[in-house]
Design a protein around this ligand. Structure first.
Ligand code: MTE
Ligand code: MO
Length: 396
């Protein structure tokens, strides 16, 4: 068993308590941060609670001062009410089949016999930052905490598919996890990748995050990791991988998780796109972590403005910073380079010489010239938020 504290009963009791506390309005004052409610789930620290069933938990911003997001602080997002709360590795098998020469049933020991690959990659929900869109986009109202930077380890999907033998005429590879909806009519969370994407070298079935087994809420015992692409494809608690000879188009591929088929993946705010395509690669974005929004700074005293930046699999080339609301821009310094899928930390030293209100901004550009827009790129689902970050601080 994964964890003795993780019996289904304990887990549901914890989750149920959230509902009860909310129903009675009896929420202790000390479980708020950034004005939002915090809650602790098994194996996790206090995280910002969006919903308890299914769990949707956001990482408080201060964790992003760290280059690597600790496992207990990584955000959590499930779509369906029935999620695995314990998995017995003696019984768990990853099944691979469909349009393959043979069907495989891999135990965790079998999975660990494939070459082990490790890299650091940002995991980010398509809806990260959704709450900032105007007009409002329907869906979980995430701020900036539906992301994290994690070192993932596991087996190459390609190696596993090669062992099964991909038959001619294969088109998509389909991934299903152990979760399910409360009623049979609720579509099961199933995602697919085009075959040519699925056999890329960097796509892995991860069984470790930051050198530890995955936490239950982040997909124990194994999950798909598609570095550079939005986390909707990173199917958790994997159960079955099926190679198919037709384009897979069930609910979570169509109509869910699609973006306008326009060059900016955007439409006029409030309007509907004519044609849509599945969301895929992450765009380029940055975030200011320090100082915090509305911070009070001292005139004549040096501050290190610090933040992070990343893009969908292309390294960040530069991050420019403005301390005057976008009139002038200066280059920042970078921290340690953890590879093209990781975020990079950037720093800019600033000494405000006059009292007043200042607007700090950051803009990242990746190695193929993709950058951040001055105005948000609106789409009906509120995906891909990457407007140039901007915070106000006071100097006194
Ligand atoms: N089995 C399963 N995998 C899933 C999901 C899900 O609902 N079920 N949600 C996806 C989405 S949309 C996101 S953003 C990520 C969240 O991963 P995390 O909970 O580890 O942060 O998981 C992905 N994998
Ligand atoms: Mo997501």
């Amino acid at each position: 068993m994964k964890d003795i504290n993780f019996s289904r009963r304990d887990f549901l009791r914890t989750a149920g308590a959230v509902g009860l506390a909310a129903a009675f309005g009896g929420i202790p004052a000390d479980i708020f941060a950034e004005g939002r409610r915090l809650y602790k789930f098994p194996e996790k620290t206090d995280l910002i609670l969006l919903t308890s069933r299914p769990p949707q938990l956001e990482t408080p911003l201060h964790y992003f001062k760290e280059l690597i997001t600790p496992n207990e602080a990584l955000f959590v997002r499930w779509h369906l009410a029935n999620i695995p709360t314990s998995v017995d590795l003696n019984k768990w098998r990853l099944m691979i089949g469909g349009n393959t020469d043979k069907a495989l049933e891999l135990s965790m020991d079998d999975l660990k016999k494939f070459e082990k690959v490790s890299f650091t990659a940002v995991i980010q929900c398509s809806g990260n930052g959704r709450s900032f869109f105007e007009p409002r986009a329907a869906g979980g109202q995430w701020q900036n905490g539906a992301m994290g930077n994690v070192t993932w380890s596991g087996a190459r999907l390609k190696d596993i598919l090669t062992q099964a033998g991909i038959k001619a005429g294969s088109v998509d590879v389909v991934f299903d996890g152990l979760d399910s909806g409360p009623l049979p009519k609720v579509p099961d969370f199933v995602k697919s990748l085009p075959l040519d994407k699925a056999v890329e070298d960097d796509i892995i079935i991860a069984y470790e995050m930051n050198g530890e087994p995955l936490t239950m809420l982040n997909g124990f015992p194994a999950r798909l990791v598609v570095p550079g692409w939005y986390a909707t494809y990173w199917v958790k608690a994997l159960r079955e991988i099926t190679v198919v000879s037709k384009t897979y188009e069930e609910f979570w591929m169509n109509p869910a998780y699609r973006i306008p088929d326009t060059p900016c993946a955007c439409v006029a705010p409030g309007s509907k796109p004519g044609k849509s395509v599945p969301i895929t690669r992450m765009n380029t974005r940055s975030l200011i972590i320090e100082p915090a929004a509305a911070a009070s700074l001292k005139v004549g005293r040096t501050v290190d403005i610090m933040g992070l930046a990343f893009s969908g699999g292309y390294s960040i080339k530069d991050v420019t910073v403005s301390v005057d609301g976008g009139n002038t821009w200066r280059e920042s310094r970078f921290g340690k380079d953890m590879g093209k899928y990781s975020w990079i930390q950037w720093y800019y030293t600033w000494k405000p010489e006059k009292k007043g209100k200042y607007t700090l901004m950051a803009r990242a550009t990746n190695s193929i010239g993709e950058s951040q827009p001055f105005e948000s790129l609106w789409n009906p689902s509120g995906y891909m938020w990457n407007k140039i970050e901007s915070i106000d601080v006071n100097v006194a």
